[in-house]
Design a protein around this ligand. Structure first.
Ligand SMILES: [Zn+2]
Length: 230
């Protein structure tokens, strides 16, 4: 059995058949008629793994958009400048300057940027998640930060919440929603009705937030997906 890629499902009552879409940011979307169940959708994705692999390959061959000169961490109101090819690795917190001792187009430079983003996310999202956890009374066991390509977060049955470091690029209110969403998974490990009732109790505007995430999620800068550089 091949690894199943992560995908999201968008319901469209106007379509008759299942359809796959792959966005430039790597998000795999299944457009599904109203009455097709999750099992059938999963089988459909499984049947089309070759298509996905081919398309993903196509995307990787496209010229990679260069690594950034500045990074705007909208969620926490921090704007950082990046100095590439700068002798030694260094973070100047007061100047909001990140020095990276590699060229702007190199895998080593990209990895420095990724590690920095992970560290920044750990520093800022850890107290944030605690605060939302206290406010909602929804506890969690552990938190970790990663750079997932297609999901904002996940929650294991042991209560470990994994957050995507790219959250820092989103507006703060969407991070609030995502944290509530993952914390609700500590009670309900699914996206069934009882899950959404709990989400709504803590975040009444969650539907608007979901819509916004779909739009903004596609507009995030390409570098933030950390696709392997050729
Ligand atoms: Zn979820």
């Amino acid at each position: 059995m091949r690894n199943m890629p992560e995908y999201c499902v968008v319901r469209n009552p106007r379509v008759r058949a299942l359809r796959l879409k792959l966005f430039p940011n790597g998000t795999l979307q299944v457009v599904a008629p109203k009455d097709i169940g999750p099992r059938a959708i999963e089988r459909f994705v499984a049947r089309n793994l070759d298509w996905v692999a081919r398309k993903r390959g196509d995307l990787c061959e496209q010229p990679v958009i260069g690594l950034p000169g500045r990074v705007d961490l909208a969620a926490v109101g921090e704007c950082w400048r990046l100095a590439w090819d700068s002798g030694a690795l260094g973070v100047d917190a007061t100047e909001r300057l990140l020095r990276i001792p590699h060229a702007r187009t190199t895998p080593a430079g990209q990895e420095c940027l990724r590690q920095w983003l992970l560290a920044r996310a750990r520093a800022r999202l850890t107290p944030w998640l605690r605060r939302v956890s206290d406010d909602t009374g929804l506890g969690f066991a552990r938190m970790q930060v990663r750079t997932q390509k297609t999901r904002w977060g996940s929650c294991s049955s042991r209560g470990t919440i994994s957050l995507n470091a790219r959250m820092l690029l989103l507006p703060a209110h969407l991070v609030d929603y995502l944290l509530v969403h993952e914390l609700c998974h500590t009670r309900h490990m699914h996206h069934g009705a009882s899950f959404w009732v709990l989400v709504e109790a803590h975040c009444p505007g969650y539907r608007a937030a979901e819509r916004e995430l779909t739009v903004i999620g596609r507009q995030l800068p390409m570098w933030s997906y950390f696709y392997p550089l050729a």
